[in-house]
Design a binder for this molecule. Structure first.
Ligand code: ASP
Length: 331
């Protein structure tokens, strides 16, 4: 693709990212880069790549490339992508509008990991619109990796993050409908999972990842899935690559899925082969007729892979040249 058509594509990404609500610290770090003595960084995102789960991944990736264009790094791409999906009240399994637990509470899980191996996580957190941004604050500004429940909420309030009602009319109605039978099966059905897992490689070769979710609909109060668990829902090793998971978190946690994918890549598997082997690990260990798990992987060279137990898992792959949805292989 020539320089002008690449620029046209980036303009399109910027237009999509126009509604972007970047966090103050993201904006601050972007501004700092823009005002550095050497002037604004010339963005040539030819080598940048972003992979995100499910259809909402396209919008997330566009926001990620917008952040890159503004001078952001791989972690900024991840945060920008996550925030777009977290703020979308029509999505039933991430952020506001996410389906609640069986008692009607929306409880969120999120984590992130950067190219230095630094990581942050929040789990079982309520009333916070952008849990991945909060996880990033835990990573960057505290001596800890993970804050849970009331402690994570207290930290959010200390940061001046307002409490928001995450239960919408739509998700409340869905929950009320569900309560008529309260029929909970401790398995995920194949259509009921769309956590967003994101992996990004920026134009300077830095890798980062993130994962954010409201978890399983109508779960027990207090249940935490794989998404905020480093090594399960997400793992990034700058020397090798990154991986993220979606689907039934219990199956991912029992097999430490994302860490497994990265370690398989370390052992020489391609991202695609590693995702397949991690899925097969689950299929070898438990009945999988009613459960879905999908993995995404991105190598430090920008090679990608995705595989799931069942058909139906798709993901967005965006580079400076194009964005496309890919139907993951399965079985
Ligand atoms: N992995 C998430 C969880 O178990 C569910 C999902 O992917 O939507 O909480």
């Amino acid at each position: 693709m020539g320089h002008s058509s690449r620029r046209a594509f980036l303009q399109k990404l910027i237009a999509t990212g126009g509604t972007l609500g970047l966090s103050p610290w993201t904006l601050q770090s972007m501004l700092a880069q823009k005002q550095s003595p050497s002037g604004p960084r010339s963005v040539e995102p030819g080598s940048a790549t972003m992979l995100s789960t499910w259809n909402h991944g396209m919008e997330a990736n566009a926001a990620g490339f917008f952040a890159l264009q503004q001078g952001g790094n791989a972690m900024d791409m991840i945060e920008a992508g996550a925030r777009i999906v977290e703020a979308d009240a029509t999505g039933l399994s991430v952020g506001i509008g996410g389906l609640p637990d069986r008692d009607g509470n929306v409880t969120l899980d999120a984590c992130c990991m950067d190219h230095t191996g630094n990581a942050g996580s929040v789990c079982f957190v309520q009333g916070v619109l952008h849990p991945l941004s909060l996880a990033r604050k835990v990573m960057e500004d505290t001596p800890h990796v993970m804050l849970a429940g009331a402690g994570a909420e207290q930290y959010a309030r200390e940061l001046g993050i307002d409490e928001v009602e995450l239960l919408t009319d739509t998700s409340r109605r869905a929950w009320e409908e569900w309560r008529k039978t309260s029929d909970y099966k401790p398995v995920i059905n194949i259509e009921n999972h769309d956590t967003i897992g994101l992996l990004a490689l920026d134009d300077q070769g830095r890798l980062a990842g993130g994962c954010t979710t409201s978890g399983l609909a109508y779960k027990m109060h207090g249940r935490v899935g794989d998404s905020p668990i480093l090594g399960a829902g997400l793992f990034v090793d700058a020397e090798i690559g990154g991986a993220t998971a979606t689907g039934l978190g219990e199956a991912v946690m029992k097999t430490v899925g994302s860490f497994l994918v990265v370690e398989l890549m370390r052992g020489g598997r391609s991202p695609q082969e590693a995702c397949e082997e991690a899925v097969h690990r689950i299929m070898d260990r438990m009945p999988t007729d009613d459960l879905q798990v999908g993995y995404l992987a991105l190598s430090r060279e920008g090679e990608i892979g995705g595989h799931a137990i069942h058909g139906g898992f798709n993901y967005a792959h965006t580079t400076a040249e194009a964005g496309r949805m890919i139907d993951a292989s399965h079985g």
